[in-house]
Design a protein around this ligand. Structure first.
Ligand code: ATP
Length: 247
């Protein structure tokens, strides 16, 4: 990685190749500290995400990547620091309102309901959305981005393959709507061809206007980097290529 910024000694690192300006900052995380009892998971991470970006947080096991996303979604208490989403301080916002504000979270382990069908999982994710037309459009969008989910709409989610479960997890985030999507290691446990498929769809989602913050263990350039992951990629540079990531 040649352009690493906003790094800390004690957390995941962000990689992003855009010029640094304060314009269009969607998410600003400053000096974030989170502890689980005596375990200090985050000791002062700071970074920003601007509108339209795909930003990747890179870090090893236990670096605090999932914790960072959980803190943004307000699922863990914040000891110190600030998280601003479109200028609003999220520290005062309860988790269910974070979703309503426009942040959707695809958690590690995918967070789907194994005993419900694909369609039921998608329907549950529309909770809180009122406009039936918008909901219908969201279904159409998910099934158009992931035709495999359309074919399997009546199948129990627990019987889907790992890749299909990841597609469903992203589909659920799309059903919730939102302007910022958080993804926790979307490549985990998937074959390279499926990872590429998921990342292609993430680029489409990004091109349609959703800013993306994702976490992964390996940076572009590393041999074990997920195929399709490009450091600080943005969809308006779809031809961009980071050596070692796209073959
Ligand atoms: P991985 O890539 O392995 O998922 P990560 O970078 O996402 O790791 P986190 O899951 O954020 O890391 O964990 C950061 C640290 O906080 C780790 O030391 C972990 O053991 C600890 N931790 C996470 N969740 C809890 C919890 N619920 N209770 C206690 N400690 C926790």
């Amino acid at each position: 990685m040649d352009d690493r910024r906003q790094t800390t000694d004690h957390g995941p690192q962000t990689t992003d190749h855009r010029p640094q300006t304060t314009d269009d900052v969607v998410l600003s995380v400053q000096d974030l500290h989170v502890s689980y009892g005596v375990i200090r998971a985050l000791k002062g991470i700071s970074f920003e995400v601007r509108r339209g970006e795909i930003v990747t947080l890179i870090g090893a096991n236990g670096a605090g990547k999932s914790t960072t996303l959980r803190a943004i979604s307000r699922l863990v208490p914040i000891q110190q620091g600030s998280i601003l989403f479109e200028g609003v301080d999220l520290r005062a916002i309860p988790p269910h309102e974070v979703t309503a504000m426009g942040i959707s979270h695809v958690p590690e382990g995918r967070g789907i309901f194994a005993n419900l069908t694909v369609q039921e999982n998608l329907k549950l994710a529309t909770w809180g959305r009122k406009d039936p037309k918008e909901i219908q459009q969201a279904y159409e969008r998910v099934f158009s981005l992931f035709p495999r989910l359309a074919e399997r709409r009546n199948q129990l989610a627990g019987t889907l393959s790992g890749g299909e479960q990841q597609m469903l997890a992203v589909g659920r985030a799309l059903m919730r709507g939102g302007r910022l999507m958080l993804l926790d290691e979307p490549s985990m446990g998937l074959a390279p061809v499926l990872v590429r498929e998921i990342f292609d769809v993430l680029r489409e989602i990004n091109a349609a206007g959703t800013t993306i913050l994702l976490v992964e263990q390996n940076a572009p350039g590393a041999e074990t980097c997920p195929p399709g992951l490009r450091s600080g990629d943005r969809h308006h540079r779809p031809g961009g290529h980071v050596p070692g990531t796209d073959g």
